[in-house]
Design a protein around this ligand. Structure first.
Ligand SMILES: O=C1O[C@H](COP(=O)(O)O)[C@@H](O)[C@H](O)[C@H]1O
Length: 223
């Protein structure tokens, strides 16, 4: 893993947004299209704020989430809500958004339909991951009911996931499509997450799911 430490969070958010925009621009110039996959949670909002205003050919960018909490879209914990309010706005409103959530039914019921929507947009060009202090990433939580399946190289694209630390049922991209991303960045802030990341390096992916991604990831951290 390549670890980048920034002097403060503001600088980190700006630099990371510019780095992602530049990589998307490279994909757009080379291939005419690009796919961006992003986390939810409390950390990435300021990166989205900058990214959404960048002058890119957003009409040829596809955007989707790493994972979603199975709550209604207007719920304060909805990752989709965050994405729509902070990223898919301004210039980035022209991007194509692929949902991994439905306000109806269970994750199990929606799974097949949602996976069909994602399939044509793989592999991911630029993947941004987040991480919790429990070392989960996406909704691959330590101790989750389907973690082993979610980390398997033969996993389907999406899986429902339930875990004690997760709060609500989840749906998540599995490790297979996430690991196939062409460029991967991990955004973390604060001393607890830095310490958790260093702990994860000595653990297995079943103990610390973020471990499955560290080999090819550029980490961006500020206190
Ligand atoms: O539950 C989630 O947590 C992680 C980390 O979130 P944060 O609030 O600590 O930044 C996030 O990456 C994931 O997408 C989200 O569903």
């Amino acid at each position: 893993m390549n670890f980048n430490e920034y002097p403060d969070r503001e600088f980190l958010y700006l630099q990371l947004a510019n780095r992602i925009a530049s990589e998307l621009g490279d994909f757009l110039r080379r291939e005419g299209r690009a796919t961006l996959c992003v986390p939810g949670g409390t950390t990435p909002g300021p990166v989205f704020d900058t990214l959404s205003g960048v002058d890119l050919d957003w009409a040829n960018v596809t955007v989707f989430l790493n994972d979603e909490r199975w709550v209604p879209e207007d719920h304060a914990r909805s990752n989709t809500r965050l994405l729509k309010r902070r990223l898919l706005t301004g210039r980035a409103a022209a991007a194509t958004y692929i949902p991994i959530h439905s306000d109806n039914g269970t994750p199990e019921e929606a799974l097949e339909h949602l996976a069909e929507g994602l399939e044509p947009h793989l592999p991911i060009s630029v993947l941004l991951l987040g991480m919790g202090v429990d070392m989960h990433t996406a909704s691959l939580f330590p101790g989750a009911d389907r973690l082993e399946e979610g980390l398997s190289d033969k996993a389907p694209l999406l899986l429902p996931m339930r875990a004690e630390g997760a709060g609500e049922p989840r749906i998540t991209l599995t490790a297979r499509p996430l690991k196939q991303a062409i460029s991967t960045h991990l955004l973390i802030t604060g001393p607890d997450k830095r310490e958790a990341l260093h702990r994860a390096e000595k653990l297995t992916p079943m103990e610390a799911p973020i471990r499955a991604f560290l080999a090819d990831t550029t980490v961006h951290w500020a206190e």
